[in-house]
Design a protein around this ligand. Structure first.
Ligand code: ACO
Length: 437
């Protein structure tokens, strides 16, 4: 039942329409009957970039961008980051409740059962050039897993979906670590299931000839928290891609590969890499004012700043800047932090940024921590993808269970030529010259 009604009068016909409002939204199809004459298609809403269009209902993540609030399944991100492991948060996102300790033990066991990849996958990754970008490798290898698991096409089955979720959460870090090792010409190690999720990832990244790799507990915890902070963020570009591809009932591997592709762009998850490139380019504190001037003149963007939803400080950026200090105690201080803090200070006092409500987002500080830990900037978006895998899967699952699910298929406003007659190729040059003159 609608909560209230919206009355709309069409000034062309003087007709009045009543649109039902539920959850503060009207149904876009309810405006279709608004027409000037009966042969018209009907009214559409126009929303490039979906700035004011809800494409689904969801019960996973809540954001209040004005207040800087982020909650997974109702729990504030600050509390989850402080108290949970990443796999605990995965369980919460997928099943809606925090696990009991026996549920968590069983869940961790199930994930580690799926950390190994098929031996052929190593040959597949070996086929990439030595300097291949690890995101390209991750996108391709996740899509390639579709060929190893043809059973994943059975997307209607909840049990089957659960198996594919475990496989993806288990294997994405393995593929990510192998992409990293390929670029360094290092052999691909087996996962070690005695480690926690993040420790095992570190082991696959950095293990050399030692009998047993010893992950640093502070760095392992920092990585776990970073994965938690990146785990979900409702209908962002990559999650919407996961839902769009998933809506055609494609298998989860190709859908998740497409989501990784969307994440790769510098306006989304690729921003963390772009921030480091930007800081390298600025170089020293005295160059900041000139850089800010260029941003204000529209010549470039301050990467890691601004967000479609947050018009306040991104709560994840706050937590990340605190983790940075803990990481630096182990790794030594990354000098880029001073540059980033000064950039932030100047930007937050500047009218240009204040007026547009531009604040640091999750990507502003994450790269500085990753770099201190020993990652090259090309790996930053891969790390984001590891954390976000569970969010993509939770949304995919929610979509598959949604009784209102339909294939994603937006409309367009066609502004091209009216019908015209075909011109044979030999007549085109003369005719076109004549038409254009
Ligand atoms: N630097 C300078 N100006 C900016 C920035 C920025 N980082 N972001 C937005 N603006 C300005 C725009 O120029 C525009 O100004 P105008 O009104 O004078 O034209 C205004 O702020 C609004 O910007 P839009 O691009 O319309 O905002 P939108 O919501 O479409 O874009 C986005 C959001 C893509 C995140 C944008 O802020 C941006 O490009 N930021 C830099 C890239 C980045 O950090 N992306 C990561 C986002 S977080 C994530 O995906 C994980």
């Amino acid at each position: 039942m609608p909560e209230r009604k919206l009355r709309v009068r069409d000034t062309a016909t003087d007709e009045t329409y009543e649109l039902g409002v539920k959850h503060s939204a009207i149904r876009a199809l309810d405006i279709r009957p608004i027409k000037k004459d009966p042969d018209e298609f009907g009214m559409l809403s126009y929303d490039p970039g979906y700035t004011n269009t809800a494409s689904c209902t969801s019960r996973i993540t809540y954001i209040d961008g004005d207040k800087g609030i982020l909650r997974y399944r109702g729990y504030p991100i600050e509390q989850l980051a402080e108290n949970c492991s990443y796999t605990e948060v995965c369980y919460l996102l997928l099943y809606g409740e925090l696990p009991t300790s026996s549920e968590l033990t069983a869940w961790n066991r199930e994930i580690v059962d799926h950390t190994m990849v098929h031996e052929n996958m190593k040959k597949f990754l070996d086929g990439f050039r030595y300097d291949a970008h690890p995101m390209g490798m991750l996108i391709s290898s996740v899509a390639a897993m579709s060929t190893y698991y043809p059973d994943s096409k059975n997307v209607q089955s909840r049990t089957n979906r659960r198996l594919q979720q475990l496989r993806l959460i288990g294997k994405v870090p393995t593929l990510a670590a192998y992409a990293y090792r390929h670029s360094r010409g290092l052999p691909f190690p087996q996962p070690d299931n005695e480690f926690s999720y993040s420790e095992n990832f570190m082991n696959m990244l950095w293990r050399m000839t030692e009998a047993r790799y010893q992950p640093n507990p502070t760095l392992a915890r920092a990585l776990d928290v970073l994965f938690i902070l990146h785990a979900d963020h409702e209908q962002n570009c990559s999650t919407s891609t996961m839902r769009t591809v998933g809506s055609s009932e494609a298998d989860p591997y190709v859908s998740l590969s497409a989501a990784c592709g969307a994440l790769y762009g510098p306006l989304h998850g690729g921003a963390n890499e772009a921030v480091l490139t930007m800081l390298d380019e600025i170089g020293t504190l005295d160059k900041i004012p000139r850089f800010i001037k260029e941003v204000k003149e529209g010549e470039r963007r301050l990467m890691g700043f601004g967000h479609r939803v947050y018009k306040n400080y991104d709560p994840r950026a706050k937590i990340i800047s605190e983790i940075a200090e803990q990481v630096f105690e182990v790794t030594g201080r990354n000098p880029k932090i001073e540059l980033a803090k000064e950039l932030e200070r100047i930007a937050l006092e500047d009218d240009y940024f204040v007026k547009r409500r531009l604040y640091p987002n999750v990507d502003f500080y994450s790269g500085i921590i990753y770099e201190a830990m020993g990652f090259k900037p090309e790996m930053f978006t891969v790390l984001f993808a590891i954390g976000r895998t569970v969010g993509w899967l939770a949304h995919w699952d929610e979509l598959m269970e949604d009784p209102e699910r339909r294939i994603a298929r937006p409309r367009q406003l066609y502004l091209g030529p009216e019908e015209r007659e075909f011109v044979p190729i030999l007549e085109r040059l003369g005719r076109m010259k004549h038409e254009r003159s």
